[in-house]
Design a protein around this ligand. Structure first.
Ligand code: GRF
Length: 207
């Protein structure tokens, strides 16, 4: 049984989709930890509501550098025997202290079709604003492995939505989020079934 930690800094609707998918038996894994860098984040409440351990370590005012912070987070994950980390709206850029021990065992969901509209500064409404400004006719969501380049790791799954001329960042965000809620549980299912391999920097999904 794959032990999963979900990291979230905000509302946690993707966390909820994973918890719901787990309850529906969609994947052979168990969320054993929800972690946030923001004490009081709604995601923590969602975890507690279903009896999942919720841990917060405030990044604001943390005494130490980013690596020190990530080393503490690593310790928390290792103590719970976490096999897979799912970033779901976790608003921090990670350091190698956490990325390396969980290389190809850490996923992120991004609200665009990477490699387009990714990288530093491309988060939340910034992404959807940029998509509309670029007059794209298609956007979507991407689940990818976390490596040291921001939003640059091997892509596991993507789902697309149409962008219409009358779309606003808000309407686009809503459509993309719906796709995210289907995509992330499916990515976790594939991972938990051991069907995901990374070879030469590319994801291979086994039949
Ligand atoms: C999602 O749009 C996700 O793609 C991005 O952050 C957002 C998190 O939303 N990484 P929520 O907290 O899961 O509702």
């Amino acid at each position: 049984m794959t032990k999963i930690a979900v990291f979230a800094s905000g509302g946690g609707s993707n966390l909820q989709s994973l918890l719901d998918a787990q309850a529906a038996g969609l994947f052979k894994g168990r969320v054993v930890l929800v972690f946030s860098n923001v004490p009081g984040a709604k995601a923590l409440e969602r975890a507690e509501a279903v009896g999942v351990e919720a841990v917060a370590l405030a990044s604001k005012g943390f005494q130490g550098n980013r690596e020190d912070y990530d080393r503490q987070v690593l310790g928390i994950c290792q103590a719970k025997g976490v096999d897979l980390i799912c970033l779901a709206g976790y608003m921090r850029i990670l350091t190698p202290a956490l990325i390396q021990p969980y290389l190809y065992k850490m996923l992120n969901i991004h609200p665009a079709l990477l490699p387009k509209f990714g990288g530093e500064g491309m988060y939340g409404h910034h992404v959807h604003e940029a998509v509309i400004k670029a007059k794209e006719t298609e956007s979507g969501a991407t689940v990818h492995f976390v490596t040291e380049g921001v939003d640059a790791g091997p892509i596991l799954l993507q789902g697309s939505v149409k962008v219409y001329p009358n779309d606003t960042p808000e309407t686009l965000a809503e459509k993309v989020l719906k796709v995210e809620h289907l995509l992330y549980p499916e990515a976790v299912r594939l991972f938990c079934e051991g069907k995901v391999k990374v070879e030469g920097g590319r994801v291979k999904v086994l039949p």
